[in-house]
Ligand binder design. Sequence first.
Ligand code: COA
Length: 444
Amino acid sequence: MTREGDRYTIRPGRASDATELVRLHAAVQLQAGTGGQPHPGIAAWVDGLLAGHPSVAPDDFLVAEELATGRPVASLVGLRQDWSLAGVRLPVVQVELVGTAPEHRGNRLTDRLLAALHERCAADGVPVQVIEGIPHFYRRFGYHYALANGGASTVPAAALPAAERGGPDDAPGVMTVDPATVANTEALAGIDRQLADGEALVCPRDAALWRHEIGGRAPADLVRRVVAVLRHGGDVRGYLVHGARLSDAGELTVFAAACQRPADWQQAAATMHAYLGRVGQQYAATADRPFVAVRPVLDANHPLVRLGPPGVPRRPGAWYARTGDPVDLLARLRPLLHRRWQAADLRWPEPALVIDMYGRAARLEFTDGELTAVTAARPAVSPSTDPGTHAAIPPDALLQLALGHRTLPEVLDAWPDCLLRDHLTEHFLTVAFPQVPVRVWPRN
Ligand SMILES: CC(C)(COP(=O)(O)OP(=O)(O)OC[C@H]1O[C@@H](n2cnc3c(N)ncnc32)[C@H](O)[C@@H]1OP(=O)(O)O)[C@@H](O)C(=O)NCCC(=O)NCCS
């Protein structure tokens, strides 16, 4: 994509860009921590994404090339992944590594790279993009804080149990936690398949991705995490994913924790916390800082958190999310909406329920009261007065509802331009969009 008189072209990345992209990102990302030196953790991460990551291809990067030199001077990467929203597959692109060389800033290159990414997502049928990044910045590109991130209390090291309860590791009935090996990848993928059918928003990994997390990353890779497995005898019953080092504040981050059987959580939470205490002490012994706390980047209601030691409350953060096509997003959720209305014994009394999103509209079609299709409809000129419109919902509010981030009462409270025709519509949409726990950890 080149404009007349332009200094740049926007194009997909190539394998031959690897050296330049590693150099560019190592030089621009997280510079506050390196004092202006190239960041080795970023270099190793970008190198791994371009060679060896099982779900990333070079053309997942988008590059702004300076025409005069042929060199990449800005880029980002869109990591393709399938999430599962309460059992429904949801294609997502996670944006990472947004960066422009300092001498090329001021040319709106992020704007152009994201526009190219959004076009690609529209063409590929990827309804949602997410990014975790500079506060407020990505709002200008149509992103909204629509996915909870964290919110669990931080557990001081002194509050952790001293040892796993229940006796020696090999005693019958006792659960243990120890580092995962590549031999565990099929079992871990099986647990993720099971979680994908639950009620949360999750990002399931297959065996190849688990293999990459366990043994595929360079030691210096900034986003390398440690995977541990929860065992009961010879069975893998769950997993725990935590940082590979202590943070500058002496905290050990927990990214994910899962149990195949909910009934295991009581014992698993104690065992996992004792293990985290041991790991924190080991890390402190080789680092030049004390182990201060475990910091779960999990929701406050996560079983590991609820059943673990009390800690110091933290305000939840949020990921940015964007959709270019809220009608497509609703259409993908059709089986879920159908299931939720059926479970609540609700039948819509008309042939259609029309949701106008101020510029786009979705027509939800019903047969004998049951949802059968979601199609695009012509938006009303004035949705607030149009007799054929049941609900007028701004697209950013619709995104919050669809992802289970905000409930309808919360949206009605905060968006005065969210308008509903009657109480029946309100009831239907309240049941359609309950809050959904976010149990996603970055697939980057
Ligand atoms: C953020 C970054 C990618 C923007 O690059 P760019 O789009 O090519 O740069 P531009 O100069 O055209 O910036 C566009 C706007 O973003 C703003 N901006 C740049 N960095 C910002 C920051 N850290 N916080 C808030 N706004 C920022 C600029 O001030 C400019 O605003 P304006 O339109 O009001 O003038 C670039 O500054 C960079 O590489 N920073 C270091 C790496 C980084 O922080 N990446 C983001 C990781 S999430």
